[in-house]
Design a protein around this ligand. Structure first.
Ligand code: 3PG
Length: 369
């Protein structure tokens, strides 16, 4: 993909760098709970530090009331970082030799509205714009799609790495196994449609497959299903789509059992893939050269983690190249596995899925011009 890359940027020393990052990470009692996204920013920030300019960092948090102060404190363990509560204040960026992390962009409704005057005001803070926030580049927000129109711009190192690794999914080593779990059935079933002719096998688990069971006419009881999803009937007929042959269900009384999807009762909830499904999946993992995984197979947060753990163990033994991503998936790996077992972990959740469906994102397109 032809993008202006930060690593190739010329004559940028001493400039004011306006860097869009994504430090949208969980915070508990004022402390960063997951440093995965923040650590991945270090190469770009180190590179810019050497250019002796001013580094102004912009980010959002999904929680519109969450301050970015704890993220500034965390960044401060790597680089001297100053938190800027009001980026438009006259003396906001005066401190010497510091990175500046500005307050949550979503404190300003104009960010999500992609409002023109706000975009101009943001642009006036810097000389050069760098997108190092692939994970929010599916949003048409001011800091993502307007700033590149107003300033010379580049794609950061992580942004470039995301695109390189996710582009590879469209031209994969074979056999290619795609594993989809978790929630967001609409996006994931759209992905399955997209990859039906590219992947050798697509295994569908998690809450996504409940929608298929329901469409097949099975009772799904109290299981999570999304309303109003249609147009995936061809998936049910396709030979390379694999659904769990058995599922773990829990009754309202708490009793847990393993059943075939056709046996689920009204008072039961599907919470994990069963042992037979897992054996089939493990066989597919063993024989694959390339695996993409998004979304846990069961509701591991409440203890239905067996199939996801066993799948991660099977990954560890497999020599396939493994690409994964998504907030749920990364959280599941942190709890049940080890990041070292994967070749590439995308920082994108929605952005990764949307990139895989459309092969681009709004934030990528604007960098091209
Ligand atoms: C994410 O976590 O997926 C990104 O930071 C985007 O966040 P958003 O869904 O609140 O736009």
């Amino acid at each position: 993909m032809d993008l202006p890359l930060l690593k190739n940027a010329k004559k940028i020393s001493g400039k004011k760098f306006l860097v869009r990052i994504d430090v949208n990470v969980p915070i508990l009692n004022g402390e960063v709970q997951d440093n995965f996204r923040i650590k991945r920013l270090i190469p770009t920030l180190s590179f810019l530090k050497k250019k002796k300019g001013k580094i102004i960092l912009l980010s959002h948090h999904s929680d519109e009331k969450q301050t970015l102060k704890p993220m500034a404190q965390y960044l401060n363990t790597f680089f001297k970082t100053s938190f800027v509560p009001d980026m438009f204040a006259a003396k906001a960026f005066e401190e010497e030799d510091a990175l500046f992390l500005c307050e949550n962009l979503r404190f300003y409704k104009e960010e999500e509205e992609n409002e023109a005057v706000f975009s101009e005001k943001l642009a006036s803070l810097g000389d050069i714009y760098i997108n190092e926030a692939f994970s929010v580049s599916h949003r048409k927000h001011a800091s993502v799609v307007s700033l590149p129109k107003l300033l010379p711009h580049y794609a950061g190192f992580l942004f470039q790495e995301e695109i390189k690794n996710l582009e590879a999914v469209f031209n994969p080593p074979k056999p290619f196994l795609f594993i989809l779990g978790g929630r967001k059935a609409d996006t994931k079933l759209a992905l399955a449609q997209k990859f039906i002719d590219i992947a050798d096998y697509i295994f569908i688990g998690g809450a996504v497959v409940n929608n298929i069971f329901k469409a097949q006419g099975y009772e799904v009881g109290r299981s999570i299903v999304d309303d109003g999803i249609s147009g995936f009937e061809n998936l049910m007929r396709s030979k390379n789509i694999v659904f769990p042959k058995d599922v773990v269900v829990q009754k309202e009384s708490g009793v847990v059992s393993v059943k075939s999807p056709g046996e689920v009762l009204l008072d039961e909830k599907i919470l994990d893939a069963g042992p037979e499904a897992l054996n089939i999946l493990k066989g597919l993992i063993r024989s694959s050269a390339f695996i993409v995984w998004n979304g846990p197979l069961g509701q591991y947060e409440i203890g239905f983690e067996k199939s996801t753990i066993e799948m991660i163990e099977a990954f560890r033994e497999s020599k396939a190249k493994k690409v994964v991503g998504g907030g749920d998936t990364i959280a599941a790996i942190s709890k049940l596995g080890d990041q070292k077992d994967f070749d590439f972990i995308s920082t994108g959740g929605g952005a990764m899925l949307e990139f895989l469906v459309n092969r681009t994102l709004p934030g990528i397109e604007v960098l091209k011009h």
